[in-house]
Write a protein of this length. Structure first.
Length: 747
């Protein structure tokens, strides 16, 4: 019997598992990759074949998954069971993502008697770099960056020996034949010391850069965080930290069971968790009550902590890249980071570099997730989760090129969408170059040689539009301009596997169909169309982008609309702003409303990174039911338009009184709860009017957990369960997926 087995069956130890099972059942035949699936030819009866399939499903390798088994009548003509060379096929087999080192390999790494003791590239069929080293398919060693390292006699023996756990493992190596690390000093000259020398450098308080699987990281102790901020020019934006082990997590955070399960999963993402009250953590995430943490996922991380001072339980581990550019992945670029750094005179820069000689085929940042009530809210969907596809009903080949912030691309083909890794912000040429290379590489891996349509954002100024025009000309296909918030809503529909919903799309700003900056929208959406059934009232963006960076301008604009005096602007600023109001662009942005509240309550006066004012406001918002909702009148609603401006005037009245006690938590919670109530009322009314049974939430504001909790409670009280994200980023990282699905539906 010939079997074509579809699923995650390449690069995961699937063929060795098939061989071992067939030999144990005394079956002859063969197994081989054929691009779209794994082909298995077995001797014996149909009942014996069925038994083989069932046992195989029950004993799959950890990273493998079987989606479909096709059967054809054919018998082998050989007497044994062998692995045949791979064949090129339709390239529809999913590509495995990178996964953390397994327990067996970690045990070898730390075993003084093992030949792979201290070897930082140890891996097996069940673990290690995958997507970051794949150059082409089928998944065989010569088509990965491990093809530069021929197997030694010992490794070749393991590869050939069926009883060995590295039997037919494509990317194995050892100290005799594998890649290695080299330590470089501050001047970029190679020196003795290796990983242990790098650890000594970090223990002494210096900054270092380490090349990893999919990019490079800046590494330093938590105490050196202040130095890193000055050197890196990163005033307030949080850093991620890597913690020594699971036990040490509780010394730094209040991680719950769900978060610990995600932290210790084979994907090993960065997880945003509540931090403990520690002075060294205030340096890491200033003004926030949470922190991004991860556990070691590669062998070199475990070795780093082995050699670090034992009192160091965590280090800063943040992406190493020039400001706004993608992570550096080549030796010249990494060494150049120190020379071209934004370092300030008198501030000690990079003390050393730990670099390896294995090429990175696919740059891949660490994934970043908020775990909330059983769902993963991806801020960044990258290492460990890319290129895991999403199933859709559309056929054909189509591309989504994303928006501007948190840029990604997505490629649709044969009923699946394949999201790219996190790309960056499209204002930089290097990011746009990375966007194109990542998109084309995914197309190559999927065997997409023609494109039927390309989706882009409606904003006329986004840098990725030039790429869209060039690719559309190349493939002779149409470009479809897709409204930003419709793409958000579509990404949620794809994520949840549903056809329609009333979706609250709440974010910073996105180009609206009327030319204004939308961001507080309620849409009745399918993948084929949308209707704007409600939104927040418009208010001026004084100075456009300047208002995004200076929340005081937002508060001034709303104060002016309510005829309130505004005391936080100078006389000169006041006179300038008054003249700007009439001709300033308008916005309905929920994110900008939160920014204005943040400024008014004295939380944040300037934005140094995306979402900062609203993120710092989050710690003041309480989603409990004992909120004093009488502090503000209800937000009036007319024809689906929510008046949030009049209540904002009431907020200004309270904080300007001499008797104001500064109880910011009560004011923030009361104002936001009334805003949430109004949004939910509009959404519920639209759902009832249109006979739609689902209400969803998407956009950057949905990362705010207290606000999401408020929405869930309010909708539950009105008889609806909130549809939320789980696989697709809530924010702009999911835009390309929504675009891809909309283009597919239009075709």
């Amino acid at each position: 019997m010939k079997l074509h087995i579809h699923g995650v069956v390449q690069g995961v130890g699937f063929r060795p598992a098939v061989v071992k099972l067939a030999v144990s059942m005394n079956l002859s035949g063969h197994v081989r990759n054929n691009g779209s699936s794994v082909e298995v030819l077995l001797s014996g009866s149909r009942s014996k074949t069925d038994k083989f399939i069932q046992i195989l499903k029950d004993e799959l390798p950890p990273l493998a998954r079987i989606d479909l088994v096709e059967k054809f009548e054919e018998q082998p003509d050989n007497d044994d069971f062998i692995i045949l060379p791979s064949q090129k096929g339709s390239r529809s087999s999913p590509i495995p993502p990178d996964t953390s080192i397994c327990d067996a390999c970690l045990s070898e790494l730390l075993d003084d008697a093992d030949r792979r003791h201290g070897f930082p590239f140890t891996n097996c069929t069940n673990c290690g770099a995958r997507f970051s080293i794949i150059q082409d398919l089928p998944y065989d060693r010569p088509l990965t960056t491990m093809g530069d390292f021929p197997l030694c006699q010992s490794c070749q023996g393991e590869y050939n020996r069926m009883g060995d756990r590295r039997f037919h493992a494509q990317t194995i190596s050892c100290p005799d034949c594998g890649p290695d690390f080299t330590l470089y000093d501050a001047a970029g000259q190679s020196v003795e010391g290796g990983i242990e020398g790098f650890a000594d450098l970090i223990s002494s308080g210096q900054l270092g850069i380490m090349k990893g699987w999919g990019g490079s990281h800046i590494v330093c102790t938590l105490k050196a965080g202040t130095t890193l901020r000055k050197w890196y020019g990163r005033e307030e934006k949080p850093f991620a930290i890597m913690i020594r082990d699971a036990k040490a997590v509780y010394r730094y955070t209040k991680a719950n069971e769900e978060e610990m399960a995600l932290l210790t999963s084979r994907e090993r993402p960065i997880v945003l968790v509540k931090k403990r009250d520690r002075q060294d953590l205030d340096i890491i995430s200033p003004g926030l009550d949470n922190i991004g943490i991860m556990l070691p996922y590669s062998a070199v991380h475990h070795l780093l902590f082995k050699y670090l001072d034992k009192n160091i339980g965590a280090v800063i581990m943040t992406s190493a890249n020039p400001q706004g550019e993608p992570m550096a992945i080549t030796e010249p670029d990494i060494l150049g980071l120190g020379a071209s750094s934004p370092g300030i005179s008198g501030i000690h820069g990079i003390g050393g570099y730990l670099l390896h000689n294995r090429k990175i085929a696919n740059r891949c940042d660490d994934s970043l997730i908020i775990r909330h009530a059983g769902h993963n809210y991806f801020i960044r969907r990258s290492r460990g989760f890319v290129p895991v596809p999403l199933e859709i009903s559309q056929t054909g080949n189509f591309i989504g090129l994303g928006a501007h912030e948190n840029l990604t691309s997505a490629t649709g083909s044969a009923g699946f969408i394949y999201p790219s890794q996190y790309i960056g912000k499209s204002s930089k040429y290097g990011v746009l170059d990375f966007l194109e290379s990542a998109t084309r590489h995914m197309m190559h891996l999927r065997g997409i040689w023609e494109v039927n349509g390309i989706g882009i954002d409606m904003h006329p100024g986004y840098g990725n539009r030039k790429l869209a025009k060039r690719m559309a000309s190349e493939f002779d296909c149409e470009i479809m301009e897709i409204q930003h918030h419709w793409a958000h809503a579509a990404s949620l529909l794809v994520d949840a596997g549903i056809d329609e919903a009333v979706v609250m799309t709440l974010d910073g700003t996105g180009y609206g169909a009327d030319g204004n900056a939308w961001g507080g929208e309620i849409l009745a959406a399918t993948l084929s169309s949308y209707e704007r059934v409600g939104h927040l009232a418009e208010f001026p963006l004084l100075g456009g982008e300047a208002a995004v960076k200076e929340p005081m301008r937002l508060a001034f604009a709303m104060a002016s609309l309510t005829n309130r005096p505004f005391h936080n602007a100078t006389r000169e600023e006041h006179d300038i702003f008054v003249k700007m109001i009439e001709n300033a662009p308008r916005t309905t942005s929920a994110g900008r409303v939160l920014d204005a509240v943040s400024h008014t309550l004295g939380v944040c006066d300037s934005r140094t990174y995306d979402g900062e004012p609203a993120m710092k406001l989050e710690r003041l918002i309480n989603s409990d039911t004992n909120i004093n909702k009488d502090l503000f009148n209800s937000f009036n609603i007319k024809d689906g338009v929510i008046d949030h401006i009049t209540p904002f005037g009431e907020l200004l009245d309270i904080v300007s009184k001499p008797t104001y006690s500064g109880k910011r938590e009560k004011l923030a919670s009361a104002y936001v709860s009334k805003l949430v109530k109004a949004l939910c009322d509009v959404a519920v009314q639209a759902a009832e009017d249109k006979g739609i049974k689902r209400i969803g939430l998407t956009g950057g504001v949905s990362y705010n957990i207290p606000i999401t909790d408020m929405i869930m409670k309010e909708l539950a009280a009105q008889g609806y369960e909130l549809v939320r994200h789980h696989r697709v980023p809530n924010g702009d990282g999911g835009i390309s997926i929504g675009q891809c699905a909309i283009v597919g539906a239009s075709l």
